[in-house]
Design a protein around this ligand. Sequence first.
Ligand SMILES: Nc1ncnc2c1ncn2[C@@H]1O[C@H](COP(=O)(O)OP(=O)(O)O)[C@@H](O)[C@H]1O
Ligand SMILES: [Mg+2]
Length: 157
Amino acid sequence: MNVRAEIELDEAGLVAVARGLAARVGEGGAIHLCGELGAGKTTFARALLGALGVGARIKSPTYSLIESYEVDGLQIHHLDLYRIAAADELEFLGLGDLAAGRFLILIEWPERGGDALPAPDLIAHLRHAGAKRQLQLTPCTQRGESWLGSGGGGEAN
Ligand SMILES: Nc1ncnc2c1ncn2[C@@H]1O[C@H](COP(=O)(O)OP(=O)(O)O)[C@@H](O)[C@H]1O
Ligand SMILES: [Mg+2]
């Protein structure tokens, strides 16, 4: 499956792609999850977190804004900024501190977070497609390229 192309997936298919990605992101980085309400962002994040070994029930951060976990020394932060009205509301989250050490950050509604957010290594765009969803994965850094495999990884930068 070419995950760089836009692909139409049912929920099981979307979960499978997210689980596959989990096998590659152990070094940490940033993933932005874009798409309207109900597009599958939390589904994708949950599948990825579960495959990483987050054993606890994975809550949606819709109300808390952030849920954090740690697996094997990897700090994992799952954010949902839907309820943020202005980027400066994020200050109390202490994003600078989150982005320290080896961390993986998954951000739903990154558009609402402005410049304070870690820049994405990978953007997952999700769209409704009838009863299914369209997923497109766009790498933004060399690291993101390497996550998608097929020769994109390497030593440049
Ligand atoms: N690929 C998919 N195909 C069909 N339904 C899906 C798919 N992915 C998620 N869903 C369903 O869509 C609904 C919303 O998903 P959710 O992940 O909460 O969206 P978001 O976080 O983008 O608002 C859930 O009921 C979920 O089960
Ligand atoms: Mg969500």
